[in-house]
Write a protein that binds this ligand. Structure first.
Ligand code: DAH
Length: 343
């Protein structure tokens, strides 16, 4: 029986049934053209209306439009069904399921050393310091000689060095202090500068020793710089880090590039009676520092008769460990995501 011979109800039932059983998208498109397209079934019904009795025309028109609506809905529904079937087929064939929710996008975060470095840079910047950078491969001259550490100096033993060439003229810097030498050559006194960065030592590693770690060097050069200026700067720094005034004390310390040299301790910011951080002493060893040795000023092209300065070497890695309660320095550069995800 052709569609022409069916009444509208039968036409609808047949159309819906054919739509529902269309096997694929192209069959469905063909059906859509057959019913809804130019010269199609619906158009046939509509164009036959003028041949009807005037009293029947209204109802016929309405019926044709209702049929058109119902079929459109059916074609769309079958099309959506076919799309789902295609996905399911692909999943069965390949194991790939396009409807699976995508894995969540994981956000990275700044490494704790980067976080603390940036915080300190902001703090020093606000105190009028320039932030400097120096190379990790340094000359023996900048790393040692210019800092008053000649070749046979015993201080070299405590800084087991990775050499970069046979002659020994290039080294992986063992501390950030060589940036002092570079700073003196590039900045006109008076100036204040800090230089954060990686340093390297050929050491056997354990919970508190790592071959690669971070320091932040500080150097202030000016007229009549005294230990008072040094203490003042360190107290401002500590107030910035811990948000409160913190008492400091100096113990004598020896470093060839400062005279006098000190170890600066800070009152433990975490307790009043002693805790595990300060090992029950209420003092924390904060940093070595001192007044810049005249020979070091001279090696940097600065006249020690006219200028003086103080310097300090902040152990960034240690500070980060203190700050976040990290018990093993080797975690810091391990690249272990279980560690890093905590920051
Ligand atoms: N560069 C020294 C080291 O890594 C630390 C240091 C000591 C830096 C005293 C300084 C200083 O600027 O004044 O062992």
């Amino acid at each position: 029986m052709t569609s022409n011979e069916l009444n509208p109800e039968e036409l609808k039932a047949q159309g819906l049934q054919r739509a529902a059983s269309a096997a694929n998208e192209s069959e469905l498109k063909a059906l859509e053209r057959e019913y809804l397209g130019k010269g199609g079934v619906i158009q046939g019904l509509l164009s036959a209306i003028p041949t009807l009795e005037p009293s029947e025309r209204g109802a016929a028109g309405k019926q044709a439009n209702m049929l058109k609506g119902a079929l459109s809905v059916a074609f769309e529904a079958r099309s959506a069904e076919l799309a789902l079937e295609a996905v399911e087929g692909e999943r069965l064939a390949t194991g790939f399921d396009a409807t699976m929710p995508a894995p969540g996008v994981e956000r990275g975060s700044l490494h704790p050393i980067t976080q603390v470095t940036r915080e300190l840079e902001d703090l020093f910047h606000s105190m009028g310091y320039t932030i400097l950078d120096g190379p990790e491969v340094e000359t023996d001259h900048n790393n040692f000689e210019a800092l008053n550490i000649p070749a046979d100096h015993p201080a070299r033993d405590s800084q087991d060095t990775f050499y970069c060439n046979k002659e020994g003229s290039l080294v992986l810097r063992t501390h950030t202090s060589p940036v002092q030498v570079r700073a003196m050559k590039h900045l006109k006194p008076p100036f204040r500068a800090v230089a954060p960065g990686k340093v390297f030592r050929q050491e056997s590693t354990d919970a508190s020793h790592e071959h690669t770690f971070h320091q932040m060097e500080g150097l202030v050069v000016g007229k009549d710089i005294s230990v008072g200026h040094l203490i003042g700067a360190m107290k401002t720094l500590l107030a910035g880090i811990f948000g409160k005034e913190i008492e400091v004390r100096l113990r004598p310390g020896y470093f060839p590039f400062v005279e006098p040299g000190f170890e600066l301790d800070a009152r433990c910011p975490f307790c009043t009676e002693g805790c595990s951080v300060c090992k029950r002493t209420t003092w924390i060893e904060l940093l070595p520092c001192g007044l810049v040795h005249p020979s070091v000023l001279r090696a940097g092209g600065i006249d020690p008769e006219e200028w003086s300065g103080f310097a300090f070497g902040l152990g960034l890695s240690r500070l980060v460990m203190l700050r976040f309660g990290i018990d093993d320095v080797r975690h810091l550069l391990s690249g272990d995501l279980r560690f890093l995800e905590q920051f």
